[in-house]
Ligand binder design. Structure first.
Ligand SMILES: [Zn+2]
Ligand SMILES: [Zn+2]
Length: 148
């Protein structure tokens, strides 16, 4: 996801980004439909640019019970600060270095990292997931078996 300095200087509002992530190989993470979806508003601030909005959490998790993949599809509020000021960078971990020499910055990996931090403690496709049959291994959410 390339963000151009010219756009940051003008500023954008609720801009929707849909980034093809078919080719990502990031700790084995995959996203629903292989698309990273986010929407951001930018503004010029002291020492850089503030970008705020949301990332759609469409990471595919595997259910602990039925092993099927599922996604939460929840919007996560996100705020990033791009700065050319190294002092600010040292103070604040959420700041991303954006050199004055660069015309654009690629935020794709940073956004994916934010998504990865959000991984739920317990991965369940639904609260009422029935899991797999312990005898035949069938997924009891969509099937009925005759083991019992
Ligand atoms: Zn499940
Ligand atoms: Zn069974």
């Amino acid at each position: 996801m390339l963000v151009f300095r010219s756009d940051l200087l003008t500023g954008f509002k609720n801009k929707l980004f849909e980034i093809d992530v078919k080719d990502i190989d990031y700790f084995g993470v995959s996203l629903d439909d292989d698309i990273l979806v986010c929407s951001f508003t930018s503004r010029v601030v002291k020492n850089g640019y503030k970008i705020s909005g949301y990332i759609l959490n469409n990471v595919l998790y595997n259910c602990d019970k039925c092993l099927d993949s599922f996604s939460i599809n929840k919007k996560m509020d996100t705020e990033l600060f791009l700065s050319n000021n190294t002092k600010v960078l040292e103070r604040d971990n959420n700041t991303i270095y954006f050199s004055d020499r660069e015309k654009s910055i690629d935020l794709k990996n940073i956004l994916i990292e934010i998504l990865l931090v959000e991984e739920p403690i317990k991965n369940l496709c639904t609260d009422t997931c029935k899991g797999l049959c312990i005898s035949c291994g069938i997924n009891l959410n969509n099937n009925i078996c005759e083991c019992n």
